[in-house]
Design a protein around this ligand. Structure first.
Ligand SMILES: Nc1ncnc2c1ncn2[C@@H]1O[C@H](COP(=O)(O)OP(=O)(O)OP(=O)(O)O)[C@@H](O)[C@H]1O
Length: 265
């Protein structure tokens, strides 16, 4: 069985559809009619200049901004008006740029915080029959699976999260998110401020997560590397999609990289 695959073979990811969305903060409109889709098993990267609205787009999908027009559909459900605190229970997980872990708690305690969301979803029957029968056992199993994926965290279970390196902290944030058994994972610059080698390790994990069947949306500063590992990409410029296509197309395009991403050929 592949990493993260479900015993009962149920589909892991849910499709995400952002349809003609206008959103922002208070009266300040940042996104002006954005359309985007992401399918299960896909790693969709969102790149673009600073301040173009990449983070705002993820925040909007999760419900942190004001949506003036348009719809956001996850699976068959319209989640446009679902507040952020309810999103994890619908199978969405969001890893922020910072502040995902509690510094004064140990790695293990941080991971166990995901039990709340996991148990609710398990009892509802969303995580398969086994998990519905015995949520605690299923959670322990999931935790074991995640620690296999992040051996560095296993070595540091009793260590306070505040003493982890930047890379380890980011891995803990992703691990916590995965422990809620999400169908859709939103990642906002998970490699920010990481040394290149560690950033690479994190990106490889992100690729594996998408390969396990989840729908993954990734905002990245390092456009080139993100496009190299992603399936499809969106270039956001001033709150609008300036280009969408396969990452191969974007990387091979003679102008796009130079125009929007600061990439020199
Ligand atoms: N909470 C907020 N209130 C008001 N304006 C905000 C808020 N957060 C972001 N903005 C503004 O929204 C615009 C888009 O910001 P956003 O963080 O989405 O861009 P980004 O593409 O992710 O940028 P970067 O690559 O620099 O992280 C910016 O002009 C920013 O100042």
């Amino acid at each position: 069985m592949r990493m993260g695959e479900r015993m009962d073979g149920a589909a892991r990811g849910l499709p995400v559809r952002v349809q003609d969305v206008y959103a922002g903060y208070g009266k300040l409109e940042i996104l002006h009619g954005v359309n985007l889709y992401a399918n299960p098993g896909e790693l969709v990267v969102i790149v673009g200049p600073n301040g173009s609205g990449k983070s705002t787009l993820l925040k909007t999908i999760f419900g942190f901004t004001k949506i003036y027009r348009g719809r956001i559909i996850v699976g068959s459900r319209d989640v446009t008006r679902v507040p952020p605190n309810k999103k994890p229970y619908l199978g969405l997980a969001y890893v922020f740029q910072t502040g995902n872990v509690f510094a004064s708690l140990t790695v293990e305690e941080n991971l166990k915080l995901s039990w709340l969301v996991f148990s609710v979803r398990a009892k509802r029957g969303e995580l398969g029959k086994e998990a519905m029968r015995d949520p605690q056992r299923a959670f322990r199993k999931k935790l074991e699976e995640i620690l296999e994926m992040f051996p560095r965290l296993r070595e540091r279970l009793k260590q306070r999260a505040g003493t982890l390196s930047g890379g380890e902290r980011q891995m803990l944030a992703i691990a916590k998110a995965l422990l809620t058994e999400p169908r859709v994972l939103l990642l906002d610059e998970p490699t920010a401020a990481l040394a290149p080698r560690v950033a690479e390790e994190v990106l490889e994990i992100v690729r594996k997560i998408a390969d396990s069947g989840l729908t993954v949306l990734l905002v990245e500063q390092n456009a080139k590397r993100a496009l190299e590992i992603g399936d499809r990409g969106y270039i956001l410029v001033q709150g609008k999609v300036a280009y969408e296509g396969t990452t191969k197309e974007i990387l091979a395009h003679p102008e796009l990289g130079k125009l929007y991403l600061g990439l020199l050929k």
